[in-house]
Write a protein that binds this ligand. Structure first.
Ligand SMILES: *Cc1c(COP(=O)(O)O)cnc(C)c1O
Length: 401
């Protein structure tokens, strides 16, 4: 079909032309004397993205899943106990990865549609008098359900229990789009990937380690450390300090990352967060007020600014909406995963986006829903979103005048 494809899954996200152009380069020697001029500033840019001055960022040719593995295997020993909350498919997969690496994962089940419970985490840490729990694992933005957890509150819970556990946070669908503060929140391992807020193709597993996490790794290495070769941060550090990598990096992705970090810095991280919140509030108005449907998150405090999981009414299958939207309207929506399969469809609204792109996703979803028989008022989603988008603009102009 002619015309453009509307990519509204919560990753991969749209790659802006500026980044596509930046990646369009001939290959070059990654051991050349000028290569560090590309590489060294990337680490500084990433530290600003993670909001850390003391942490150390790593770039692996991998994905978010690789970053999960890098953080765990470089800090923990075989059989170590970790505490993890599960409230969606991504928290589930991270727990699965930890278990398969030989960690003893104490899982806190939370209802899907809610997030990490600081109270439950506090209680578990207080009960752990011998401090056997080495780390707490939290997914900041559960992409499967559109739920954002309060990482600062998790940090307060750990501190209130006076527990030395490390705090590991999956920010794959939040870092660079939803507020994240590594130093201020005392995050010891932060995890992201290239294909979401960073607006790049998949292929970079990006993580950031606090000094405490780096030190823990050195302790663990003496005592039956988890095995790693490709993801060994010692090898990375040795090469990275001079602006090189221990093996061949992906040149286009590094050039793309440079452009992505420049774009985020030009817009200003706080403005990027505000734009995501603003666009998300229009999508939420379409779902809740326009269509009178429910979101997966059980309370507004859980609403994600990067993805909205729309519950389809009883008797309908979310997969039919997604299939219709894709085949008929050239619109890609996210599926319901695992226990949410069929119950919802997801509108991703992160990365390189504006109001009219969101309106296309809203209108396309609405037409697909009507096509499969879901009774929503024609035009109601766009009408509700328009009011948010127009009125915020009006308010801003008034303020400026
Ligand atoms: C996308 C995503 C991942 C997995 O990332 P991959 O790049 O597909 O390995 C992990 N966690 C969250 C929260 C995600 O959204």
């Amino acid at each position: 079909m002619p015309g453009r494809h509307f990519l509204h899954v919560p990753g991969p996200t749209n790659v802006p032309d500026r980044i596509l152009n930046a990646m369009h380069r001939p290959m070059e020697d990654h051991r050349s004397p000028v290569f560090p001029q590309l590489v060294l500033p990337l680490f500084d840019g990433l530290k600003k993205l993670f909001k850390t001055t003391t942490g150390q960022a790593f770039i692996f040719p991998a994905t978010g899943t690789g970053s999960w593995e890098a953080v765990l295997t470089n800090t923990l020993s075989l059989g170590d106990t970790v505490l993890a909350s599960r409230y969606g498919q991504f928290s589930h997969l991270w727990i699965d990865l930890a278990t398969r690496h030989g960690l003893n994962v104490v899982v806190q089940e939370e209802p899907w549609g809610t997030g990490a419970s600081p109270e439950h985490i506090h209680a578990a840490l207080e009960a752990d008098r011998d401090h056997t729990i080495r780390a707490v694992m939290v997914v900041q933005n559960e992409t499967a359900t559109g739920v954002t957890s309060d990482v600062a509150a998790v940090r307060r819970a750990i501190d209130a229990a006076k527990h030395p556990a490390l705090l590991f946070v999956d920010g794959v669908s939040s870092i660079g789009s939803i507020d994240f503060r590594m130093d201020e929140w005392g995050v010891d391992g932060a995890i992201t990937g290239s294909q979401k807020a960073l607006m790049l193709p998949a292929g970079l597993g990006i993580s950031c380690f606090s000094q405490k996490a780096l030190d823990a790794g050195h302790g663990a290495r003496r005592n039956n450390p988890l095995r790693r070769v490709f993801f060994d941060i010692d090898d990375m550090q040795k090469a990275n300090k001079d602006g090189y990598f221990p093996y061949t990096p992906s040149l286009p992705l590094l050039y793309g990352l440079r452009e992505s970090l420049a774009m985020l810095e030009e817009e200003g991280l706080e403005n990027v967060f505000a734009r995501h919140r603003f666009l998300a509030s229009g999508v939420r108005a379409a779902v809740l007020e326009g269509w009178a449907l429910k979101l997966c998150p059980q309370e507004p405090k859980w609403y994600s600014d990067t993805v909205s999981a729309v519950m389809v009414p009883e008797g309908f299958n979310g997969a039919d909406v997604i299939s219709r939207a894709f085949k008929r309207y050239n619109l890609a929506l996210g599926a319901g995963l695992s226990q949410m399969a069929g119950k919802l469809f997801r509108i991703g609204h992160l990365g390189d986006l504006n109001e009219l792109m969101c309106l296309a996703a809203i209108t396309g979803s609405e037409m697909a829903m009507r096509d499969v028989g879901i009774k929503v008022e024609p035009g109601s989603g766009a009408a509700a979103a328009e009011e948010v988008y127009r009125n915020a603009e009006a308010a801003a102009t008034q303020k400026a005048a």
